[in-house]
Structures are given as C-alpha cells and as structure tokens.
Design a protein around this ligand. Structure first.
Ligand code: PHE
Ligand code: ZN
Length: 888
C-alpha cells in the first residue's frame, strides 16, 4: 500500500522474528540497585556482575544493554570510569566491546518518573511510585540486557523521603533499613530467586497495610500483606481471601508450594493492564483487587478472585519457569489462564465458568482470528510486543493447554506438569519444552498437535451423522478446514479432540462402542480428528440418536452441523452436558436472530415463532436448573457475536433484530419474569458465593427483560431496586437498564449516583461506562461531553477504558453509526492518546482493524480514519503496527 508513505510491515526494519533468536552474549549473575526516588529526577545506580555466556553463538560478541529514555551519568568497568568514546549508545542500546569474560559494571542513570505517562518503567500514580517492567519496561529504569533469558539475583535499596514515602517495597525479603540525616530513609530488599528483569518491581508511598498469613503444605508460615491507599483500607478482605484460596488450590491441584516468606499485593489507580506477577510483589490495577459489596459487583468479585489467582499462579508458571523470549509469551499466559480458569471453576460453578470463558473466546478471539491482526498462539514476528498481549495468546493459549489435557487425560496432564516444573525450574524455556514434558511424561505423540501453536485461524469442523437401522451403526463424519490468515494461506490439518455423546429420545446418553473396540463402555468419547476428513462408526446403536458434539467445548473451533430448530430445541431442553445445552440455545437464538436480520433488511414485518418463545419459557421456568445457568441460557448472543456470524455485518439490522426478540420475550413472558424476579429478590445481605450470585444474576436478568417493555410495573420494579439496593450488583443492573431509556428519571438517578460516589474512582468508572454503553441515539454526544467532566482523566487508563473504550469496543450500534462520527471520534482520541500512552492508543485503535467485515460505506469511512492515523507525524510503533497491519 505504497500510497500511505510507509513500507508494508513485512519489511519494516523494526520487525522482530522468532527465527532470528540468539542466546545472549553475556549473562548477569547479580544486580545491585540503589534507587533514590524523586518524582522529578530519580537517580539509579546499578552494579552488575557479568559473565560471558558459554552458550553464545560467537565468542567475541559485544555486550549489549537496552536502555530507553535514560540519562547516563556514569559508567565504570571493574571500577574504572569510561570516557564517552569508550562505549556507544545508539537506537536504544548501550554497546561495550572487548570486555573481559568476567566483569563488574557500574551504571548511573537519571530518570523522570513524573513525566512518564506511558506507565512503563518507573512512574508516579497519585502520591505513590510504582513500576511496570513487563515486557520491556526495565530498560526505562537502567541499562540492562532486558530480555527474559537473562536471569539475575536482585538486591535493591530504595531511598526516599520518609514522610512522603514511609513504605518502600521491592521483590523478595527486606534485609536491612535505616535513616539518613536529610529526612530520607532506606530499605534494602533481596530476592534469592534469579529472575528476568520483567519481574522486577518497586513501590513507594504512604500506604495502609493489611496483614494476614498462610501456612503452606510443608508447614512454613508465609506473611501476606496488601498495600492500598488509606481511603481503600476497608476494601482488602476479598483479595486476601482469594489469595489464600489460590495458595491452597495450587498446593492441592498442582502440588506447588509458595517459595518466599512474604507475599505482597499492591493496588494502584494508574495501570495499563489488570495486574502484574512481579516476584513476591504483585501489583494490581485498583479495579482488579479492591472490593466491598457496596462498591463492587458480583462480576468484579469474580474477576478479582480469578486475577488474584492468575498472578499468584504465575509464581510457578512464569516466574520459576519463565519464557526464553517474548514469542513464547503463551508459555506462561496460556498456561496460567488455564490454571486460573480451573481455579474459578473449582471454587464456583464449573459449567457457568466454562460458558463464560467460551463466550469470551467466541466473541473476541474468533473475531481476532478473522481480522488482519490474526496471529498464532506463538507469533513468529512482531513490531511491538505489547500488542501481543491478546485474547489469542491468553485465551486461545489456555484452550490449547486444555486440549492437551483432553488428549492425555487429567492424570497424564498432572504428570506432565510435574515433569515440566522439575525439569525447567529456574530456566527460561519455550512452548516446545512444555509440550515435550507432556509427551515424555505420557509417551503420547503431540507433534501434529503443535500446529496449534504455529498456525493462526479458527478451524471449521463440519460434522455429518448417518444412522443405519439395519446394521445398528451410527456413522459420524468429521472434517476440518481452516481459513487463510495473514502470511498463512494454507494450513496443515490440526489434531483436534472432539468429545462426543449419543443421546436417545429422552436425552439419555447411550453407552458407546466404536467399531474396533471390544466392549461397550462409557457414555462419551474423546474422538481425535487428525485428517482433513475422518469417519467414526458407533456400533450396536439401537435407535437413531442425536449426536452431542464438542461437549464442554473440547476444542476452540467453529462447529458446523446442519440442525433443525427442533433438534436444537431438543438439545436445549435435554442435553446432559450443561455446556452443550447452553450452546444449543445459543445456536437456536443465532439462527432465529440472523433470520430476523434478513427480515429487517427486506423490510418485512418481524415475527418471532411461538416455538422459540416456548423453548425459552421452558428454560426460564425450569424448576431444577441452576439459576445462573438459566441466566446464561436466556442471555441472547451479543451483537458482536452475531456480527461475527454474518457475511457482511449490518449493525443496524442486528441491533433491531436483537431488541425485537428481547421485547417479544419480555411481552410474552412478562408475568413469569415478574414472578421470578420477586421470588429471587430477598433482602439477604451480600454474600460472595455461587448460590447468592446465581440468585442475583437471574433476578437482574428478569429486570433487564422487564425493562424492555415500557410498562409502569417494570419501571417501578427498577426504581424500587435503585432505592433499596445495598449492593453494587443490584444498583448497577438497575441503573444500566434505566440508562437505555431517555426518561427524566434516568438523569435523576444518574445524577444521584454520581453525588453518592464521586469520592470513589472505581465506582465513577462504572458511572462513565453505563452512559457510554447506552443504546440511546445521542450517546456519542454524551460521551463527548463527559470527556470534559471533572472526574474524567485522560492519563488514567481506567477512565479511558470506561468511557472511550466502552463506547468504541462495546457499543456496536452507536460506534458504527453510518455517518462515521464514531470513527472520527475514535481517531481523534487515538491520536491524542498516542502521545501520552501508546499501549492504550494501540488497544483502542484495534477495533478499526475489522473494517473489511462491514458494508462498503463503513469500509470507506474506517479506512479513511486508519489512513489519517498512519499519516500523522510520529506515531508510536504500537499504533503503527496495528494500523499498518490493518490496512495491509
Ligand atoms: N503479565 C500480566 C498478566 O498476568 C499482564 C501484563 C502484561 C501486565 C504487561 C502489565 C504489562 O497477565
Ligand atoms: Zn498473566
């Protein structure tokens, strides 16, 4: 695309390739840091003991240290100061030639945390200092080989004003402290475990600390501490509970014990992501750790529990065994997401968790796989690694680990994990090493399976069943194909575990015998699809069965099987696998909705079949189903999922069809919704457990449907809930359904909510998000006005996500308005944000990368905006990568 004035990304000189990996020329054994904290000018002194790497490719490679935005003030080799012509600093690297094989290097740099709005490296958040070093932030603190295969032992001394920064934290154990004459004090920390620089962290501030403890399986006492700003002191309990649950779970499930005597959590308001697993000092976005029933929803509680688990689990899957290079990111992230998903499933409801995870994968990861940003779980090139913290690396990566477990069984998987941790403790390794441990522990060949790491795209599995009454044989044909993705025209067949059961007319799963097996056994099979097409013959099948396929979503594929609405309704009512039961309902709803989309497009009168309403009614009124499963079953596929299912996305028709089905169900089932609402609306005080959450979720689902009608009764239910609610779950559910209507009460209640919560930034984020998520036609106008609200802060990622992110990424119908106003708005924000925080800008702009999925008019509008970004002077490489690949 020469007319954009930039080269295509393939030839971009900044592209990094997996195939170019080389071991480092030097290793760092120890690093001693002294950091004199001052917001305007922080002085960093670093002392490195360095050794030539015996595994280096050439014996005379120079030492290369990474550094970015550093002022170098001194450099000494074995105690002798170097003059400026004895080293080179170029393109973010400090290069030293002809060093001895063993050498001590001392480096002094000055940095400016108060100017750091990118939130990478050392920065200021409110009155505290904090760091973020993954992936390449340590090079903004000092010159260092900032790559994960260089693992060193850290000793860190922090020096700061004692009044302003009474708390000084870093990794490992505190070993010494003292005071100075000038009002400053210092604390030294020592981390006995060698680690890559991305796991370094420090925190300083005037923080409240809540303490707890945990006894490990071997009887060691670990001190747990959570540090928060004083106004949040009442919000720590859930995080500490979750942490103890996670520590226990990892011992019981993986036999993994915590290794230091102290484990610390910190909450900060300004943070690009959810949280970070720094050794012994996990740092959290305040929104992912702080909670009280009054300020946090069930979804927040759930999320906090899983993120606390996630970061804690990294201590083994990521820290003790780390990544050789950033192409291996899924080694730690995919595996750790898998671990946190199982943790949540074990502690709450397994089927509810599985459905939620699959929903996320289908609506976001499948969409990424179908976009110009599609990439393998182990990417083979990148321009900016920050752009690869994606749903593909994280969530598809977790599915890849889950498939391994599906193929080698739970016991085999545990053996494989044990071998992996034992073999690689203290090492920086690759996804191939992970798979090799699984193979070696079980003697199962996973070589074909490894294509899941290297090939991008969502495979399409087609299934066809044929029953022969004469031979009592059910023949199942499975075939696969995978669409092309950037740089990968043709794919080799994947090794796909497909779990199958055969149901009789009452929904009972039949005992199975596959041709060639010598006996009938069990009621399900994990079929292994390895060829382009394969046949599986079930014998001794007495009556024509209904096949229940891909149970529990045993592989991250799209399943195509022609099913009538009747068959789907049957599975929706009867499949014993809760996941497939839900999935049948979703398929039924999608088929129905897409049919309605066509009706909208043809200008027909919309009609909803009674059969559909009855199927949903039966589920709603089911007497024994878990309330949370009912909620999930009655939640219609999202507009973005429906978009993904369409050949060319018609956002307005999709929106109209979905609102129509909501209103039809609400009208027809009004009495049921109202009755169930009241039955689940008790005055119980808030508890975080699966049963209470299930009750609230069903109640609020009913409220949502009721509010689709404009009956006075529904409004009253909503207003009463807003007046009486004593937890944020109920308040927010009512307020969000109210925000879909332009009634005078809407603004009154929004105003009151603001008045009540203006002191609490996490709650105010919700207030912004509710308004940005409204389907009302003037939402963009409102969002623009809110940008100037005193509570909005452009430098705070949570605010940007709540207002701009919510509008552009989760309000499909308003963002994609046909006049292009949403696109222009996004572009203006991205260009402004790119100068402040490139990571955030790149995340926001990625929503434009799917432009080819829309109609010609929108394609033009979106392309115009992408080109506008590309032609702006000096865009970051983060944003450049997303935009240029989107246009390629
Ligand atoms: N590694 C963090 C996690 O657990 C995510 C993260 C990446 C945080 C980059 C900050 C920066 O998943
Ligand atoms: Zn992680």
């Amino acid at each position: 695309m020469a007319d954009f004035g930039k080269d295509s990304t393939a030839s971009d000189p900044r592209t990094q390739y997996l195939k170019d990996y080389q071991p480092p020329a030097y290793l760092v054994e120890d690093i001693t840091l002294r950091i004199e904290l001052d917001p305007a000018a922080t002085r960093v002194t670093s002392r490195l003991t360095i050794k030539r790497n015996p595994a280096a490719q050439a014996p005379d490679q120079p030492l290369q240290l990474d550094g970015q935005e550093l002022e170098l003030t001194a450099l000494r080799v074995d105690g002798i100061a170097l003059t400026e012509n004895e080293y080179q600093v170029e393109e973010g690297k400090l290069v030293l030639e002809d060093l001895p094989d063993d050498v001590t290097l001392e480096i002094e740099t000055v940095i400016h945390p108060d100017r750091n709005t990118a939130l990478e490296g050392l920065y200021v958040s409110g009155d505290m200092f904090c760091t973020q070093c993954e992936a390449e932030g340590f090079r903004r603190i000092t010159f260092f080989p900032d790559r994960p295969d260089v693992m060193a032992r850290y000793t860190t001394t922090l020096v700061a004003d004692k009044n302003r920064y009474p708390v000084l934290l870093s990794n490992g154990n505190p070993v010494e402290q003292g005071e100075m004459d000038d009002g400053r004090h210092w604390v030294s920390w020592q981390d006995p475990f060698p680690k890559p620089s991305y796991l370094f962290a420090l925190v300083a501030g005037d923080l409240f600390c809540r303490e707890d403890s945990f006894q490990t399986c071997s009887g060691r006492q670990v001190t747990l501490k959570i540090f928060v700003e004083h106004e949040n002191r009442h919000k720590c309990a859930h995080a500490l509970d979750s942490l103890k649950q996670a520590m226990k779970w990892d011992e019981e499930t993986y036999g993994r014990e915590y290794d230091l005597d102290i484990f610390m959590l910190v909450a900060v308001n300004d943070f690009n992501m959810g949280a970070m697993e720094n050794k012994g000092l996990n740092i959290f976005n305040a929104s992912c750790v702080l909670a009280t029933p009054e300020t946090a929803t069930d979804a927040d509680y759930y999320n906090i529990q899983s993120i606390i688990g996630h970061e804690y689990f990294h201590n083994w899957s990521g820290n003790r065994v780390t990544c050789r290079d950033w192409f291996q990111l899924s080694l730690k992230e995919g595996f750790t997401v898998f671990r946190d998903q199982e943790f949540s499933a074990d502690l709450n409801s397994r089927p509810v968790k599985r459905i939620a995870d699959v929903n996320l994968l289908r609506s976001h990861q499948f969409a990424q796989d179908a976009s110009p940003m599609a990439h393998p779980v182990r990417p083979d090139s990148y321009i900016e690694i920050s752009n690869f913290y994606t749903v593909t690396v994280y969530n598809k990566g977790a599915e890849v680990v889950r498939m391994i477990r599906n193929l080698i069984g739970s016991d085999g998987f545990r053996k494989g994990c044990d071998l992996y941790f034992q073999r690689h403790d203290g090492q920086a390794v690759t996804t191939d090493d992970f798979v090799a441990a699984m193979e070696d522990a079980t003697d199962i060949d996973l070589s074909q399976f490894k294509r899941w790491y290297s090939q991008a795209g969502t495979p399409l599995v087609s299934a066809a069943g044929h029953y022969d009454a004469q031979t009592e044989c059910y023949q199942l044909t499975l075939s696969q194909q995978c669409p092309p993705t950037p740089g990968q025209e043709l794919k080799a067949p994947f090794h796909i575990p497909v779990e199958v059961a055969l149901l009789d007319t009452t929904g009972r799963a039949l005992a199975l015998k596959l041709e060639g097996e010598n006996a009938t056994s069990g009621t399900h099979r994990m079929l292994e699809l390895r060829e382009n097409s394969q046949q599986f013959n079930f014998v001794g099948v007495k009556t024509s069965p209904v096949a229940s396929l891909l149970r529990g979503f045993s592989a991250p594929v799209k399943l195509d099987m022609a099913r009538s609405d009747e068959e789907l309704a049957f599975l929706f009512a009867n499949d014993p696998d809760p996941f497939n039961r839900w999935d049948a309902g979703q398929r039924l709803a999608s088929q129905t909705l897409l049919q309605l989309v066509r009706q909208v497009q043809h200008g027909d009168t919309l009609t909803l079949e009674d059969r559909f309403i009855h199927a949903f009614q039966a589920t709603l009124e089911h007497s024994t189903l878990d309330a949370a499963l009912i909620t999930q079953a009655l939640t219609l596929p999202s507009e973005s999922y429906l978009a993904d299912q369409s050949d060319s996305v018609d956002v307005d028709a999709i929106h109209t069809a979905r609102v129509f089905v909501h209103q039809q169900l609400a009208d027809h089932l009004f009495d049921s919704f109202l009755d169930i609402y009241h039955r689940h609306n008790d005055d119980e005080s808030y508890r975080f457990d699966a049963a209470s959450m299930a009750k609230r979720s069903l109640k609020n689902l009913c409220l949502g449907y009721l509010m689709e009608t404009i009956r006075g009764e529904a409004r009253n239910v909503c207003f009463t809930q807003l007046e009486k609610s004593h937890n944020m779950t109920d308040t927010l559910a009512a307020l969000s359904s109210l925000a879909q209507h332009d009634w005078s009460e809407t603004d009154d209640y929004l105003q009151r909510f603001y008045q009540q919560w203006q002191h609490d930034p996490q709650v105010i984020d919700k207030w912004f998000a509710i308004q940005a998520g409204s389907r009302l036609p003037d939402t963009l106008q409102r969002v623009k006005t809110l940008l100037n609200h005193p509570a909005f802060r452009f430098t705070n990622p949570n605010k940007v996500r709540a207002l701009i992110g919510r509008f552009c990424m989760a309000n499909q119908v308003r963002f994609h308005a046909a006049d292009g106003e949403g696109y222009r708005f996004l572009t203006d924000q991205v260009l402004a944000l790119d100068k402040i925080n490139p990571q955030m800008a790149a995340r926001l702009v990625s929503t434009l990368s799917r432009w080819r999925r829309f109609d010609a008019n929108r394609q033009d509008l979106m392309q115009t905006e992408l080109k506008r970004i590309l032609s702006a002077p000096e865009i970051s490489k983060d944003t450049f990568e997303i935009v240029s690949k989107s246009l390629d």
